[in-house]
Ligand binder design. Structure first.
Ligand code: XUL
Length: 467
């Protein structure tokens, strides 16, 4: 049995798989806003005082971990059967810890809770998360110091990006120099939570590490020059970078005593949610493309080589199964659909019917623009996938899937899982033990919805080719 945890913006979830049988045994979740109301978040985050600032409280994630494991045990899950654990974290969020972090993790007391023991270790009470856009100035400073965005993108896979950790770290070091001095470790959401499980400060993996504007894609190590430009003293505060399949160690005695884990259970490094989704969607080997139609749309695919986007919109991250992956984020894609639907005062079924027709309408026009734009923005990846896997709320909509098939000239297939990041994390845990091949895990767990294949319509394809 393998446990995958997923710390998203809104919730912390657990998924247990039986990798031999190919079944999902338990799924439990803690919703930050509803289950931990004392953090006063809306959907798991709070706005800061300054424009663009968006934070989460790392202690909320810590408290959620105890609550989640309590719920798992209450639901009847036998945690002594878990052989390995891994996890998926919302990308880019940074956690700032002082020099008490390691000693605290080594001496965790199961009679107390994680939150009370970790509270004195934070050198910054809040974590800026991926929704934060307060760092335009820091992005400019970093890019110009390294010789421009093209150079930064060539080395790290992305131009200077406001939500990425590098710019966030620089801003903190400038605005709070004293607290920056007290910071001994800068972790990501993913590596922070993995550290709690392993009872020591663990490495950052290539998948999530590449979302920091600090990792050199070619060497797989921190880019010394960029690290030094980003913030004074940062080099000493960053954990090492390691492949995502690294086993960090055995689970901390805290979890053995409190939740009856097997003391031999392994903790594999966590990764970012998009890299984990790549695995959970069965797309970790090149040739498949995933379009996730959540609140914001994302387009991602595995790549053998770190090809970068010359126009600077796309990103390159580490693929947790080796090689690289591309990612392009389209902000608020599904929100635009919802706005149009409510303005037209129609149901989703009526929306889908209009989307199936090639006749001009505001719906046709919006969808065409969204997905022609997506296709154009993704061209640098040089992929012509035979199949595009779709997931997320709007993927239920037949008209939207047909539009994607027509524009990309590919078959579109819906995936049944709604928790691809958590599933990917549990598959990664199984894969990291060396007992299961990726192929075997994909065949067992990443099966498209039966009869969900949507083929391109040749007449519509012709129209789009002209566009
Ligand atoms: C990716 C990104 C988001 C977060 C969501 O770059 O910012 O997809 O990972 O959790």
């Amino acid at each position: 049995m393998f446990l995958g945890l997923d710390c998203s913006t809104q919730s912390l979830s657990a998924l247990i798989i039986d990798a031999r049988e190919g079944s999902i045994l338990s799924e439990v979740s803690v919703n930050f806003e509803n289950d931990l109301p004392h953090y006063q978040t809306s959907s798991g985050f709070v706005h800061g005082d300054l424009p663009g600032e968006i934070f989460s409280d790392p202690l909320m994630w810590v408290e959620a971990l105890d609550l989640l494991l309590t719920r798992l045990v209450e639901s009847g899950a036998d945690l002594s059967t878990i052989e390995a654990i891994s996890g998926s974290g919302q990308q880019h969020a940074t956690v700032y810890l002082n020099d008490r972090f390691n000693a605290t993790l080594e001496n965790l007391q199961s009679a107390s809770c994680l939150k009370d023991q970790l509270a004195p270790c934070l050198s910054r009470p809040l974590s800026p998360i991926w929704m934060d856009s307060s760092t335009a100035q820091e992005c400019e400073e970093i890019a110009s110091a390294i010789g421009g965005n093209d150079e930064l993108c060539r080395r790290t896979g992305s131009t200077a990006t406001q939500r990425f950790s590098g710019a966030q770290i620089r801003r903190f070091s400038k605005l709070s120099p004293k607290a920056w001095q007290d910071t001994a470790h800068v972790h990501l959401n993913s590596s922070f939570l993995a550290s709690l499980l392993a009872g020591k400060s663990v490495s950052i993996d290539y998948g999530d590490g590449a979302g920091m504007n600090l990792m050199n894609l070619k060497s797989g190590d921190w880019d010394e020059e960029i690290v030094n430009i980003t913030a004074e003293g940062l080099a000493d505060k960053l954990p090492a970078l390691k492949p995502s399949s690294t086993i960090a160690g055995n689970i901390s005695p805290y979890f053995v005593e409190k939740y009856q884990f097997n003391p031999e259970a392994k903790v594999a490094l966590w990764s970012g949610d998009n890299p984990c989704s790549l695995v959970g969607m069965g797309a970790a080997s090149p040739g498949k493309m995933v379009i996730s139609l959540g609140t914001s749309y994302t387009l991602f695919a595995a790549m053998n080589q770190p090809v970068t986007d010359p126009s600077g919109f796309g990103h390159v991250f580490g693929n947790p199964c080796g090689g690289f992956m591309s990612l392009i984020c389209f902000s608020e894609g599904a929100l635009a659909l919802e706005k149009l639907r409510s303005e037209l005062d129609i149901t989703w079924n009526e929306f889908s019917d209009a989307a199936m027709s090639q006749e001009q309408s505001p719906i046709r026009s919006l969808l065409d623009k969204q997905f022609l734009n997506m296709k154009a923005r993704g061209e640098w990846m040089g992929q012509s996938p035979g199949t595009i896997y779709v997931t997320g709320g709007a993927s239920k909509n037949q008209g939207i899937c047909q539009t994607i098939a027509n524009i990309f000239e590919s078959n579109v297939q819906r995936m049944s899982t709604s928790s691809s990041a958590g599933l990917g994390a549990s598959m990664r845990a199984a894969h990291a033990t060396g007992d299961f091949s990726l192929d075997d895990l994909e065949k067992k767990f990443t099966v498209p919805d039966s009869e969900s294949t949507i083929a391109p319509d040749p007449e519509a394809v012709k129209i789009y080719q002209n566009l």
